[in-house]
Ligand binder design. Structure first.
Ligand SMILES: Cc1cc2nc3c(=O)[nH]c(=O)nc-3n(C[C@H](O)[C@H](O)[C@H](O)COP(=O)(O)OP(=O)(O)OC[C@H]3O[C@@H](n4cnc5c(N)ncnc54)[C@H](O)[C@@H]3O)c2cc1C
Length: 384
């Protein structure tokens, strides 16, 4: 991908979304299976390595282009988009904080599209709270032993490597954590829960008990708190929001097509759903603009240095809350416009998968958790 321009990232994502993800989206959803065809096509198109700098064999793409890539993918298959998004979050962490020779070597493999990265942060018992962990690095020397009861690891059995936080040692306080990468040969996964969900079924986010050997050289050279506060959290909010905006666009797109078809059948009349579509279009355009603004701003901050920026963090949490709520609202609105035709699983105006997937955004880390974090910050902030 090293010879491509950044705009090509979006074009390539659009091609993969239209030609591959769309074709397999229904079977991915019905069978609750990993979207292997779309992920292979993304790898082939250089999307898995797009975030890695060119000097490390990647595409050197900017955050706005990557957000657009996830957005257009979500318009066809939300599960494929989320696999891309979750992989990009971990690739971003590697690029930003993986400053050891061994981690740099892995980053270059990501740049060449050889790796699919998954995350194993959330733990049974603490859910979306990533500020602490029960798991720890054990033993006397590298490779350390590491065991974790993970609440969910998306596409865990398809990834080439897992990234996760763990306490530095058995005696370390639960907030004193490192971030580490473990390659496939160094871990075993024992499934502990199924993934038979309402939506986002292709993410295959089962619970697993992980047993791993952690190599010293693949432990990030900064504490997990630095990874989380200086990039990982911000990138996660941004890139997952892109998926929720893409789902909202897909929903309003179906409703729009439906009212246009109705208008063609009764020339000179305005179908009753048109007013609702017009209102939804405004909401979707506003969210798309919020996403683009946040992506550009985060990219600028990334170039300047630290991402530990209170107002930006608040803005990104709000972006996630706003876009995920909007996706669910617009999907339901599209169902009301399309009626029984949209309620059916088949047909060009079906919105049933979109409605189910869009509700995943509300729980893929609870909005209440982010609103609560923001509420705490706003108590001391002088301006909003
Ligand atoms: C599709 C999907 C894919 C996922 N993939 C992964 C993955 O690859 N890796 C991974 O590690 N995890 C993954 N997860 C798990 C995810 O990151 C969260 O851990 C999980 O959704 C639980 O987070 P939570 O905050 O909703 O739940 P909990 O922390 O269990 O909270 C449950 C409920 O309690 C309330 N609550 C909790 N804390 C607060 C608070 N501070 N303020 C207000 N209310 C609160 C909220 O109402 C919340 O819904 C995935 C989840 C989904 C849905």
């Amino acid at each position: 991908m090293s010879s491509t321009t950044v705009d090509e990232v979006v074009t390539r994502a659009r091609d993969v979304a239209r030609d591959v993800a769309r074709v397999h989206a229904d079977s991915v959803d019905r069978e609750s299976r990993f979207p292997i065809e779309a992920v292979d096509a993304m790898r082939e198109a250089g999307l898995l390595g797009a975030i890695v700098p060119r000097e490390l064999d990647g595409g050197g793409a900017r955050l706005p282009e990557l957000a657009s890539a996830v957005r257009v993918m979500a318009g066809e298959c939300a599960s494929s988009a989320l696999v891309l998004a979750m992989h990009l979050i971990e690739a971003f962490n590697l690029v930003r904080h993986g400053h050891t020779d061994a981690l740099r070597e892995v980053t270059a493999r990501v740049g060449r599209g050889e790796m699919l990265l998954a995350n194993a942060n959330s733990e049974v018992g603490s859910g979306g709270d990533v500020s602490r962990s029960k798991s720890f690095l054990g033993g006397d020397a590298s490779p350390w032993t590491w065991e974790k009861d993970c609440l969910a690891i998306s596409y865990g059995s398809h990834a080439n490597a897992l990234l996760s936080m763990a306490r530095r040692s058995e005696s370390a306080p639960e907030t004193d954590m490192v971030y580490a990468l473990v390659e496939r040969a160094d871990y075993e996964l024992e499934p502990t829960s199924a993934w038979d969900t309402m939506g986002l079924r292709g993410t295959c986010s089962r619970g697993y008990r992980v047993s791993a050997r952690v190599r010293e050289e693949l432990v990030f050279p900064v504490p997990f708190s630095s990874v989380a506060n200086d990039g990982a959290g911000q990138m996660r909010q941004l890139i997952l929001s892109a998926a929720w905006v893409g789902l909202a666009e897909a929903a309003v797109g179906r409703a729009h097509a439906f009212v246009r078809a109705a208008a063609r059948k009764a020339i000179g009349t305005v179908p009753p759903g048109a007013l609702r579509v017009s209102e939804m279009a405004g909401d979707v355009q506003a969210c798309r603009a919020l996403l683009e603004t946040a992506a550009n701003r985060l990219d600028l901050l990334r170039e300047e240095g630290s991402l530990e920026n209170g107002p930006m963090t608040i803005q990104l949490r709000n972006l996630k809350v706003t876009t995920s709520k909007l996706a669910a609202k617009v999907a339901t609105g599209a169902l009301e416009v399309t009626g029984i035709i949209g309620y059916k699983r088949e047909g060009p105006f079906s919105v049933e998968r979109i409605v189910r997937d869009a509700h995943g955004g509300l729980v893929m880390v609870s909005n209440d958790r982010f609103l609560h974090d923001n509420a705490q910050f706003l108590l001391v902030a002088k301006e909003i």
